[in-house]
Design a protein around this ligand. Sequence first.
Ligand SMILES: *Cc1c(COP(=O)(O)O)cnc(C)c1O
Length: 369
Amino acid sequence: MTIPFIDLKTQYNALKESINSRVLKVLESGAYINGPEVQELETKLAQHTGVKYSLACASGTDSLLIPLMALGIKAGDEVITTAFSFIATAETIVLAGAKPVYVDIDPVTFNIDVTQIEKAITPKTKAIMPVSLYGQVADMDEINAIAKKHNLFVVEDLAQSYGAKYKNKRSGSLTIAAGTSFYPAKPLGCYGDGGAIFTNDDKLFKAMKEIRDHGSESRYYHTRLGLNGRLDTIQCAILLAKMERYDWEVEQRQKIAQNFNQAFAEIKVPGFSYPKVKSDRDSVWAQYTVTVDQREQFQKKLAEMGVPTTIHYPRTMPDQPWYKEHAPATGDISKARWAAEHVISLPLFPDMDRATQDKIIESVLKAVR
Ligand SMILES: *Cc1c(COP(=O)(O)O)cnc(C)c1O
């Protein structure tokens, strides 16, 4: 038996009837763009997240770029973000014309180290873009307090934390704007590229909606610079079906993670650590990521035992070749660099049965020895 890193087939089989009938309905309707499922999904997402507005969009990348554009982030501006994330975070800041200013991470949660943010602020700073990495919301109260003091916008990148709770509020509802991804492997994924934006702000909602559709205020009347950032009706139909059991899926992820945590708490090998979630929040476990000293060896041993792993991420964003040259780090990001060398993610998906969980645990215990 080989374990998949993520099992989307079992999930599809569980939701097959609903997905198939919803997709067929769209196919027969002919409303492939802006069909009624788009608004239906947006209403569901907004309710689930606890915000006034949600906008479905073409990708997680667009879900970050559109808010930055709508907030007026432009050339000459600086946006503070974490050094350790998927590249889209820094990429959208650059695409908006601004300069990403990277802050180091808290090596326990892998999220931005809030004690390092204020020293990165300059007169050019316009926004902070924290990432809720691996499924756990960043220290948003502290980030919002700093932003308020310095008059900055905060845009949460919740591509990995849709549905996560922070002090009884949902990820995506904590900042003026926030963006998530529905890439298939994300906790809530569609069957292609997709994303969504969240906000409570009326004016910003209007601006983001226009930007999503080529900056048009009405048909063929373009009052802003925009892009084609719409989400297809079919993907919205799929997401509506997926949302039917999303809360259950999150519970399953949390149970599996707890099972892993309990087993790995017994490991006393130096250099091994399992993920920690702060007590005032939870995680939707987009990734279950441990750190090990001898990563290559550990990964090889697990592969031999039939356990696939992935490195999220092998380089910090500013250490990627293009960024080294055009958008490099200026401050100390040594903890992010340490993380890039030590993190390794294990398989975790909602339909993972107990035998598979036990096999993973057993293999990890053997591999660290
Ligand atoms: C996946 C991801 C994105 C980008 O989402 P896409 O849908 O792939 O464009 C942005 N930020 C983070 C942290 C991600 O994990």
